[in-house]
Ligand binder design. Structure first.
Ligand code: GLC
Length: 745
């Protein structure tokens, strides 16, 4: 009797009408409680169950019975409305279904892969891309995406580096936040808002050997200093959901890791969103040897803090028995269902369960333009000898060559379930349509696809080069070679691509190599053979027009490497924010071909480097050239004696000393020279995109709170340590103007 009175009061309160966010929150909490207390245990377990259905009628039947809380991989808007109607009108409680999909870097209009978006160092462009994706996806009823993927990724052998925002925690945090804001918009109950999902929680990017799904061995301090910060930023950005990771870290699978799922995510970070497993990752704990059977897996997963199970259905099959046995408490089930219902109320699904966004938004002109802007800013100029680029009016004939010049499907990159290659504008198409009136275009593919070992077409490509003033050769990776489960043990260009480039170079004609790939590749020889190199992490639908405008100088490239480029695969994992070690390498270490025969045991020095590859990367993190040149000067610190609650105020003069207008990504790195634990040789703490006209100068200032220099210390407390610091302001992680400062207690 008492419970009913309480619920009646709660219900009355919820209808009083609330306007302030807190009131809205209370209103939703009241609705959640009211609904929860009407649900049977079976219906609660139904909400915790996510299906990727094969048969519509079977799905309809299970929805009618209240056995389904969410679906993924259904994208037919009519089917979704039908399913929603069954859920709302025919199930006992009328709880709407949460419709989800991997909308990772676009839905129909495809943006550069996330690694390419990170290369823009432009969160506004990234936010816009996510917003476009949300508008297009919601038109098909999708209201939950499994993005952003913010796994710090430092090993290019790992195919999923393509899906990440690179190697740096700060860059992943900034870009992940931008994506969450774009996906979710100003309010989750906007019909074009789609709930974001921070994934994969946690440290999946550290998979041993870069082999996907492999174990990780990341201790708590490194978790907290490197792998967790992007996820904390996601919580701060209001990310609606989290996804557990496949990897076992220090022997504990992400899907049953109570320490991260409860102690950190819930208790420390106060996350009140919903946690979903990865695809069958609950059941896969049996393979891990962590669980004996599906029931054991379900119990360990839900007791660790998981709310919803993706596809493997161990929850719905076993947890009723687990509750009866007392192995899972009803409170645990109720808390999981609260998180699910709360999300559905926040999305406005109870008020508006059906699709309202018009189909006409797909490939809208403004969407394509946004995708072109993102692609333009994602392209990195790695080399440009003798100002080979941009192509000037002196160029009358261009030979367009290579397997990626006209590869509409490959250009979209990994994690494209709904993009259509028919809409892709390839470089060949764009160069012909946009510049065909200025130059004569000769096209010879040379190789049929990136892995092609058949060299019979190279002669024709070489012949085309001989007839041209310049050769633009498009190489890289087919889409299938990066992304989930697509790890590589060798990062050299596949097939005969390297031979193609060298054959073209042998003609003596200027060779511009454009690489379209899902990761950084070991391209030392190809860079050496080329006069200019552009790197474009699978640029998406509008990659062609973007690259064409860059080749012909309408756009000045501004992209920066979001990952470190190794010289050889064996250098991986490779990243700039490494520790110094007790024996740091010298830049001038003797390399393998310089070592005399019968060299003495210690004659080549005892320092941390590879005899055959040295210690330096091919290109450092944050690297990217411009058609103009930027000059840094006059670095100034407002004070070099700071307190913990102070700010590092630094300025530098930046001049565009060249003849092209351009944009420079000015980067601020800081080194904590001595810590209670060893600290990285430097860490990115801020960056700014600065547009300058030719000849223009500007004073660029950074105001960095000293508290941003905090880290998890020897005693596992979090804070700034007094001591000496060094900072750099510059064009990449390997060069810049520097100054030193101290922090006092
Ligand atoms: C996949 C991926 C995850 C994705 C999910 C649904 O295996 O690991 O990132 O969101 O399954 O497709």
């Amino acid at each position: 009797m008492k419970k009913n009175i309480l619920y009646a009061i709660a219900l009355a309160v919820s209808f009083v009408g609330c306007s302030r966010p807190q009131d809205k929150r209370t209103e939703i909490e009241n609705k959640v409680e009211t609904l929860l207390h009407k649900m049977t245990l079976e219906e609660k377990l139904g909400q915790m169950n996510q299906l990727s259905p094969w048969n519509f009628e079977e799905l309809a039947d299970r929805v009618r019975k209240g056995e389904v809380g969410s679906i993924l991989n259904v994208v037919n808007s009519e089917e979704i409305n039908k399913i929603q109607n069954i859920a709302v009108e025919e199930s006992r409680l009328g709880i709407p279904i949460l419709v989800s999909r991997d909308v990772i870097h676009g839905y129909k209009t495809i943006f550069p892969i996330p690694l390419g978006q990170a290369a823009t160092f432009n969160p506004e462009v990234v936010e816009k891309g996510a917003r476009v994706a949300a508008v297009e996806a919601s038109a098909d009823g999708i209201r939950w995406t499994f993005a952003p993927m913010i796994d710090v990724s430092r090993d290019p052998r790992w195919g999923r580096i393509a899906e990440s925002c690179g190697e740096d925690p700060y860059l992943n945090a900034v870009m992940g936040t931008a994506m969450i804001k774009g996906f979710q918009g100003d309010s989750l109950n906007d019909p074009t808002a789609i709930a974001a999902c921070a994934k994969h929680f946690v440290a999946y990017g550290a998979s041993e050997g870069g082999k996907d799904y492999n174990s990780t061995f990341i201790p708590e301090r490194v978790l907290r200093n490197v792998y967790l910060p992007p996820f904390k930023a996601a919580v701060d950005a209001g990310c609606a959901t989290f996804m557990t990771s496949f990897n076992d870290n220090d022997g504990i699978p992400g899907t049953a890791n109570k320490f991260v799922l409860k102690d950190i995510l819930r208790d420390e970070w106060k996350f009140d969103g919903m946690v979903v497993t990865d695809w069958t990752s609950t059941a896969e704990m049996i393979n891990h040897g962590f669980c004996t059977d599906g029931k054991d897996a379900a119990e360990k997963s839900v007791n660790a803090g998981v709310d919803m199970e993706m596809v493997s259905e161990t929850f719905i099959k076993n947890l009723k028995q687990s509750v009866a046995e007392g192995k899972v408490s009803m409170e645990t089930i109720d808390n999981a269902v609260r998180n699910i219902l709360r999300l559905k109320f926040r999305l406005g699904l109870f008020e508006n369960p059906y699709i309202v966004t018009p189909q006409s938004v797909k490939y809208a002109e403004e969407h394509l333009l946004a995708a072109k802007t993102a692609a333009e800013q994602s392209v990195i100029l790695l080399k440009n000898d003798a100002q080979t680029l941009p192509l000037t009016d002196k160029v009358k004939t261009v030979a367009v060559v290579g397997p990626m010049a006209d590869a509409p499907y490959e250009q979209m990159g990994t994690w494209v379930f709904d993009g259509e290659k028919e809409h892709t504008q390839t470089p060949l198409k764009a160069i012909r349509e946009m510049y065909g009136d200025k130059v004569n275009v000769i096209f010879e593919q040379g190789l049929a696809y990136s892995r092609d070992k058949n060299t019979s077409g190279i002669a024709k490509a070489v012949n085309a080069a001989r007839r041209a003033d310049v050769v633009v050769c498009f190489v890289g990776e087919e889409s299938i070679l990066s992304g989930e489960a697509h790890s590589l043990a060798n990062l050299d260009l596949q097939g005969a691509q390297s031979q193609l480039i060298k054959s073209l170079a042998a003609t003596g004609k200027p060779v511009v190599t454009v690489v379209m790939a899902g990761r950084q590749l070991t391209i030392s020889d190809e860079v050496e053979a080329s006069d200019a190199v552009l790197y474009s992490f699978h640029p998406g639908t509008m990659g062609g027009p973007a690259i064409a405008d860059i080749l012909f100088g309408k756009v000045n490239p501004s992209g920066k490497t979001p990952v470190t480029f190794p010289r050889m695969t064996g250098q991986a994992p490779i990243y700039y924010a490494h520790n110094n070690t007790g024996r740091p390498a010298n830049p001038t270490e003797m390399l393998i071909d310089e070592i005399p025969v019968e060299a003495g045991q210690t004659s080549v020095g005892c320092r941390s480097f590879y005899l055959d590859a040295g210690n330096s990367p091919l290109f450092p993190f944050g690297y990217g050239l411009s058609y103009t040149n930027f000059e840094y000067s006059d670095l100034k610190l407002a004070s070099d004696k700071l307190t913990v609650d102070g700010e590092v105020n630094v300025s530098v003069n930046l001049k565009n000393a060249g003849k092209y207008d351009g944009t420079e990504v000015v980067q601020l790195y800081v080194q904590d020279k001595v810590g209670s634990v060893t600290r990285p040789v430097k860490e990115l703490k801020a960056f700014q995109r600065v547009e300058l006209k030719a000849g223009e100068s500007k004073t660029v200032t950074f105001s960095l709170p000293v508290s941003d220099l905090a880290f998890w210390r020897y005693d596992m407390s979090y804070g700034v340590e007094a001591g000496d610091f060094k900072l750099w302001v510059g064009t990449n992680s390997a060069e810049g103007l520097s100054a030193e400062f101290s922090v006092m207690n």
